[in-house]
Design a protein around this ligand. Structure first.
Ligand SMILES: [Zn+2]
Ligand SMILES: [Zn+2]
Length: 340
């Protein structure tokens, strides 16, 4: 379990969000079999997404997705978080690794390489707002701060840290985001800059505990913790966790994208089918009976595009419009419509 704390400093001009994510990042490492530097990369991105979700999302239903695509050996990563403290994510090449930097730190920037950060933010209306910015360093904290400034006009300082030990297990992970409100007095800004200057990353501070780390970063700025109990959190913290939205029904539904012939081959050759969720690594195994239960679909006779199938939640997927992508007119037999 991780946790998120919030606070204000500089007479309300600095909004502070802090997250302890050690267990979350360790779970991601185990689920995906991540190398040490891939653990740091995904761990920083997951922590950053949790912090950004607190700063940017307005309702519990909204979600924020970060996609980093770079020229480095990682091949990219994807992370999704909401304001309730749920986060999930994966990387393209979990075992990719690069040598340590000269200062002995994990070289996340080189693992990711040059590229872009794309942020998809769902709005309360359900619309998705997408913006893409070039990566500044691939070290993630700077890239997220750059995004907040470029796309959201939010000046901020972001610090993210993941420390691994021994075989690569996560010793400590977490981060802090400090949002600077417009018209913040100059003396508040210079004090904040002085506090941040000379800091060699947040990881050494995190080892003393999240509260101590935050109070140190905001020393002399009249920092006060937000009363989260008053907002309905009994432990005075927002619980955070690695949580995927996959389940057995959705996994079975994924098999509908194979043709009935391909599914029959799976039964004959493998005695069933396995669906692996790329977000969390969960493996779902299905019996021949379960696979054969997927019969109510209708496909285009020309190109095989799915026209109709019953979804896991009991609703019906139906192709939009009357024309298939191959140009054929969509015709769904009436008995199939009734059956579904
Ligand atoms: Zn999953
Ligand atoms: Zn077609």
């Amino acid at each position: 379990m991780g946790r998120i704390l919030r606070g204000l400093a500089g007479e309300g001009n600095l909004r502070v969000v802090a997250a302890e994510t050690t267990d979350i990042v360790e779970e991601a490492r185990r689920r995906h079999g991540l190398s040490p530097t891939a653990t740091a990369a995904l761990g920083r991105a997951m922590t950053g997404a949790l912090l950004l979700a607190q700063l940017l999302l307005k309702t519990p239903k909204e979600r924020l997705a970060l996609r980093m695509e770079g020229t480095g050996p990682l091949g990219g990563l994807v992370v999704e978080a909401d304001a309730l403290g749920n986060v999930r994510g994966y990387v393209k090449s979990p075992q990719a690794e690069v040598p340590l930097r000269e200062d002995g730190k994990l070289n996340v920037g080189e693992l990711i390489g040059a590229g872009v950060l794309r942020v998809d933010r769902s709005l309360p209306s359900g619309e998705v707002y997408t913006s893409t910015v070039p990566l500044v360093s691939g070290e993630i904290a700077e890239d997220l701060a750059h995004y907040l400034w470029q796309s959201e006009q939010v000046p901020s300082a972001i610090l993210l840290g993941v420390r691994v030990k021994g075989e690569g297990e996560v010793e400590v992970a977490g981060g802090v985001a400090i949002q600077v409100m417009p018209d913040t007095p100059e003396e508040v800004l210079s004090r904040l800059e002085a506090n941040l200057a000379g800091l060699s990353g947040i990881t050494p501070l995190l080892r003393e505990g999240l509260e101590a780390a935050v109070e140190r970063l905001l020393a002399g700025l009249g920092f006060e913790w937000t009363d989260l109990k008053a907002l309905g959190y009994p432990l005075n913290e927002i619980p955070a966790r690695f949580r995927c939205r996959c389940n057995r029904e959705k996994a079975l539904e994924a098999l509908v994208f194979f043709t009935p012939e391909e599914r029959e081959d799976m039964i004959v050759e493998d005695g069933g089918a396995e669906v692996v969720c790329h977000w969390c690594g969960e493996v779902y195994r299905f019996s021949p009976e379960e696979i054969r239960s997927l019969v109510a679909e209708v496909r285009c006779p020309d190109c095989g595009t799915l026209w109709l199938y019953p979804k896991a939640d009991g609703t019906l997927f139906r192709i939009e419009g009357d024309t298939c992508r191959c140009g054929r007119k969509v015709e769904i037999p009436s008995e199939k419509r009734a059956q579904a």
